[in-house]
Design a protein. Structure first.
Length: 447
């Protein structure tokens, strides 16, 4: 893989990956549960996710590699647990993330062009960014930078005039829907800070990764939290009730009109969600590509075209996501959001356990940032593990409550099938004497 990703490419990827889903999709969904308490839920969600992202940053700067989400968990903790996490991510991608973003983007477009049909337009959106990413990571990252720049213009149009119209009385009743609603909303919103995790999928393609990875994560998290709180304050301070039953466009229509409204409606939700879809295509295949190179999946699935794109894997993701979108239809937005969050946190859990190895392994300790050598460092991975597991359990419980146990059981069956496949595949690799998981060799992180 060529090292084509620079600092601003990383920041654009991280910000584009998070803000689209965070504000324009997840905030209206979370508000249905927590109301104005969603503002507090953002803060509550940021605390555990900042700890989790610190752990991710430490691994990424120590061992920059392509497909790091799987590799860190598999070679520094447990291959089986890492595979289960990645298998859950795949479920969350096909049954959640891709159809969620495409359907949400189509919904916002319908707010401008009322006559469009949601599912066909969502399919066109998935296909468009699939084609963009077939043209290579460099092209996709340039599209991301331009889109994120336009996104910040739209956010300024929404927040600057909106701040002056906030009514303090609209912030009353933060706990009106109960503390449980805020806890669930915060668990759902943790996914909105997880975009920075994408960079460890591209670590092998990052220029000066040891410096640029941690700096980009710190910078993007700060930017994202600031944007979230500003937009949440405006949204609930002006039209919280409108938000609970609609979108940010409904809030914006209260004080924006004409040209400014259309600039926001296009440059805000439409571009924000578009950048999330594009960014997800950019990093979503990298751990799968790593599994192909490690022979967990057939090597032919990892074929890369002349532009460096794993086109077979990209095509599979596009195809399965499109099938799920057609099967569930336009009523599946909340379900897609729940499973996207579950997949996003499940894939991180093995990575949290892997961070302990930075302290225990002498070679890694020498390569790792100075913070790893501190005596109190052990609390960072402990908190990362605890937070990620608790978030996962809350989300799974809520899926059973909100969408019936059939969806919960569907997820469990999926995981069991994945575990059976992986066990038999390991036995096959043992017979072929190609099981790299039985070796304690850090060369697997070299790209």
């Amino acid at each position: 893989m060529k090292k084509t990703m620079k600092f601003w490419d990383l920041v654009a990827l991280e910000v584009g990956m998070t803000i689209g889903a965070g504000i324009f999709i997840y905030m209206p969904i979370a508000s249905q549960s927590a109301g104005v308490g969603t503002i507090m839920a953002f803060v509550v969600a940021f605390v555990p996710m900042s700890i989790i992202m610190i752990n991710v940053m430490l691994l990424g700067s120590t061992l920059p590699t392509t497909g790091g989400t799987f590799k860190y968990g598999a070679f520094l903790f447990s291959p089986k647990v890492a595979f289960l996490g990645l298998w859950a991510y795949l479920f969350g991608a096909f049954v959640g993330l891709f159809p969620l973003n495409a359907l949400a983007l189509a919904s916002y477009m319908k707010g401008i062009w009322d006559g469009i049909s949601l599912v066909p337009v969502a399919l066109i959106i998935l296909t468009f960014f699939y084609v963009v990413n077939l043209m290579g990571l460099k092209m996709a990252s340039r599209v991301e930078i331009i889109s994120v720049a336009l996104l910040f213009i739209a956010i300024a149009i929404y927040t600057v005039p909106g701040i002056g119209r906030i009514e303090a009385s609209n912030f009353e009743g933060v706990f009106a829907k109960g503390i449980g609603s805020i806890i669930y909303a915060s668990a759902l919103l943790t996914f909105t800070f997880a975009g920075s995790n994408a960079v460890i999928e591209l670590g092998g393609e990052v220029e000066n990764a040891k410096k640029n990875l941690p700096l980009s994560v710190i910078f993007s998290l700060t930017v994202v939290l600031t944007c979230y709180l500003l937009m949440a304050a405006v949204s609930f301070g002006i039209g919280g009730k409108l938000l609970e039953g609609g979108t940010l466009n409904d809030v914006a229509s209260n004080y924006l009109s004409g040209f400014l409204f259309y600039v926001f409606a296009f440059g805000g939700p439409i571009l924000a969600i578009a950048t999330t879809i594009n960014a997800t295509y950019m990093w979503g295949t990298r751990s799968l590509l790593a599994l192909c190179k490690l022979r967990v999946f057939p090597s032919k699935l990892g074929l890369v075209n002349k532009r460096g794109t794993p086109w077979v894997l990209l095509t599979i993701i596009w195809l399965l996501s499109s099938i799920m979108l057609i099967s569930v239809g336009e009523s599946g937005l909340n379900l897609f959001a729940a499973f996207a969050s579950i997949g996003g946190i499940a894939v991180i859990i093995p990575t949290m356990f892997a961070v302990f190895k930075l302290k225990k392994n002498e070679t890694l300790r020498k390569m790792a940032p100075a913070i790893v050598k501190k005596k109190w460092f052990i609390f960072i991975p402990i908190l990362g593990v605890v937070f990620s597991i608790v978030i996962m359990l809350i989300l799974l419980y809520q899926v059973g409550v909100d969408f019936s146990t059939s969806f919960f059981l569907f997820f469990i069956v999926w995981e069991v099938i994945g575990m059976i496949y992986f066990i038999f595949r390991l036995r096959y690799l043992d017979r072929m004497e190609k099981n790299v998981f039985s070796e304690n060799d850090l060369s697997v992180f070299d790209d």
